[in-house]
Design a protein around this ligand. Sequence first.
Ligand SMILES: *[C@@H]1O[C@H](CO)[C@@H](O)[C@H](O)[C@H]1NC(C)=O
Ligand SMILES: *[C@@H]1O[C@H](CO)[C@@H](O)[C@H](O)[C@H]1NC(C)=O
Ligand SMILES: *[C@@H]1O[C@H](CO)[C@@H](O)[C@H](O)[C@H]1NC(C)=O
Ligand SMILES: *[C@@H]1O[C@H](CO)[C@@H](O)[C@H](O)[C@H]1NC(C)=O
Ligand SMILES: *[C@@H]1O[C@H](CO)[C@@H](O)[C@H](O)[C@H]1NC(C)=O
Ligand SMILES: *[C@@H]1O[C@H](CO)[C@@H](O)[C@H](O)[C@H]1NC(C)=O
Ligand SMILES: *[C@@H]1O[C@H](CO)[C@@H](O)[C@H](O)[C@H]1NC(C)=O
Ligand SMILES: *[C@@H]1O[C@H](CO)[C@@H](O)[C@H](O)[C@H]1NC(C)=O
Ligand SMILES: *[C@@H]1O[C@H](CO)[C@@H](O)[C@H](O)[C@H]1NC(C)=O
Ligand SMILES: *[C@@H]1O[C@H](CO)[C@@H](O)[C@H](O)[C@H]1NC(C)=O
Ligand SMILES: CC(=O)N[C@H]1CO[C@H](CO)[C@@H](O)[C@@H]1O
Length: 434
Amino acid sequence: MQFKSFSIAALLATSALAADSSSSSSSTKTSSTSIPSGCSLGSSATATAQSDLDEYSGCTTLVGNLTISGVLGSGAIANVQKIDGSLRIYNATDLVTFSADSIEEITGSLELQSLTVLTTASFGALEKVGTISLITLPAISTFATNLKSASNILISDTSLESIDGFSALKTVDSFNINNNRYLTSVKASLSTVSNALELGFNGQNTALSFDELIWANNITLSSVSNVSFAKLQKVNASMGFINNTFTDLTVDELESVGQTFTISSNDDLENVSFQNLTTIGGGFVIANNTNLKTIDTFSEVTTIGGALNVIGNFTTLDLSSLKSVKGGADIETSASNFSCDALKKLQSKGAIQGDNFVCKNGAVSSSASSSVSSSASSTKSGSSKSSSASSDDSSDSSSSSSSSSKSSGAAGIAYTIPQASLFGLFATVLSALL
Ligand SMILES: *[C@@H]1O[C@H](CO)[C@@H](O)[C@H](O)[C@H]1NC(C)=O
Ligand SMILES: *[C@@H]1O[C@H](CO)[C@@H](O)[C@H](O)[C@H]1NC(C)=O
Ligand SMILES: *[C@@H]1O[C@H](CO)[C@@H](O)[C@H](O)[C@H]1NC(C)=O
Ligand SMILES: *[C@@H]1O[C@H](CO)[C@@H](O)[C@H](O)[C@H]1NC(C)=O
Ligand SMILES: *[C@@H]1O[C@H](CO)[C@@H](O)[C@H](O)[C@H]1NC(C)=O
Ligand SMILES: *[C@@H]1O[C@H](CO)[C@@H](O)[C@H](O)[C@H]1NC(C)=O
Ligand SMILES: *[C@@H]1O[C@H](CO)[C@@H](O)[C@H](O)[C@H]1NC(C)=O
Ligand SMILES: *[C@@H]1O[C@H](CO)[C@@H](O)[C@H](O)[C@H]1NC(C)=O
Ligand SMILES: *[C@@H]1O[C@H](CO)[C@@H](O)[C@H](O)[C@H]1NC(C)=O
Ligand SMILES: *[C@@H]1O[C@H](CO)[C@@H](O)[C@H](O)[C@H]1NC(C)=O
Ligand SMILES: CC(=O)N[C@H]1CO[C@H](CO)[C@@H](O)[C@@H]1O
């Protein structure tokens, strides 16, 4: 049922109304001069039938929050150009199609949630919205949009196979795509993400292309099969690639990661390339990437603001420019011919400032220095100690303490109380990965 071959054009297809700023500001002006009383919804209004929606057809602007729910099979809002508030369509389990093709702007959020048979929703003129959230839409199959402005995008638990068409949208605060198990492709032309870019749990085969992205505050990817960040130069906070299926990870323009940088549990990963990376502000973790044998692309990295953790089956680890590690270091490989000499030298020069230093290869458990005696447990406490000593970022093991602040932060972007718990849940699940 999910894969109906209906030629659903677009969930949000903009017929490029090309409303330049003058026309949208004029509609704002007209609306602010007089809002007919029927167009002011008070604190909120709920429509459960088309006849309820028809009452708004004389309104250019609706002020307030409109919720659509109930047993209607199709719904349409005509003539309204702006909603000064939010539009939420919830729990309308018979709703197959919905359209609101005159709406250009929704100042709050547009939320579609728990619409089990919705196949088509059309917002053909929409250019500006605060938050878009699409949650639990098991019958929808395409998402395309020409939105010019949106702060937050959340797409979760849908049957979408591709998400693209964000070509007119250049900046967002957050972009979160999770639990869409048929998803194979995500493309966007965003140049900045001022909070979080997160993708995860979308099945095992999602190819991702963010080739215009210059900087993002943080990036977390899991279950992604291909990554392309052709222009990414800076991640201000953390970046994590965890449990993905790609074989290659190339982000050659990236110069710095402000906090923790993690590459872990990517079983198929064979090649990494980060040729321009010089600075990692927090911890640096490369762990459990079973097939990653050669780690020779971090030769420009000079400083690591937290602990250094490299665990795996690698035979080569080139950190030849490294001058300073604020935390400790834990380097463990099963390869017997890996040499700890370079790292021991760094440590003896005082470049590794944390107390914990372990370097082991598969040949002998020749742990070096201080914390040899109980290597497993001292490794653990050592790494969390050093990462808490390092900067403001959390280590990968402190997810429980950080998840509460993360979920409340995420809830802050949601405009709605019922959804806050959902945002919180996703943020918690994702942060548990970090
Ligand atoms: C609409 O909902 C938002 C968030 O739930 C709320 O902050 C806002 O005050 C509501 N608008 C009106 C007009 O009640
Ligand atoms: C939607 O339905 C679920 C389950 O019946 C309920 O928990 C939730 O509060 C409903 N949401 C709204 C906005 O009515
Ligand atoms: C991954 O993306 C790159 C760049 O877009 C492309 O050249 C390559 O063919 C893709 N690989 C796969 C397996 O899809
Ligand atoms: C992230 O870094 C970029 C480039 O230096 C900067 O312009 C931007 O303001 C920073 N963003 C945040 C959220 O700190
Ligand atoms: C990786 O993802 C798969 C499937 O999504 C899941 O079954 C597995 O437990 C995950 N592994 C880790 C280490 O998170
Ligand atoms: C790295 O940075 C230099 C300039 O600092 C730039 O010329 C080069 O194209 C960048 N990319 C790679 C892959 O080295
Ligand atoms: C690597 O795998 C080991 C053993 O399964 C686990 O204890 C450790 O937490 C993993 N590390 C990371 C960073 O995933
Ligand atoms: C090393 O490779 C073996 C299989 O070759 C795998 O079972 C093991 O998990 C790998 N170790 C790490 C730390 O990735
Ligand atoms: C270590 O051994 C592997 C084969 O097990 C080989 O491919 C690699 O080149 C060797 N590395 C060094 C530094 O000798
Ligand atoms: C993104 O980074 C900020 C720090 O700038 C942090 O507070 C926030 O929790 C991060 N968000 C996620 C989802 O990791
Ligand atoms: C493109 C590239 O560098 N591919 C390499 C990935 O890693 C494998 C095994 O380590 C090499 O054989 C490839 O040449």
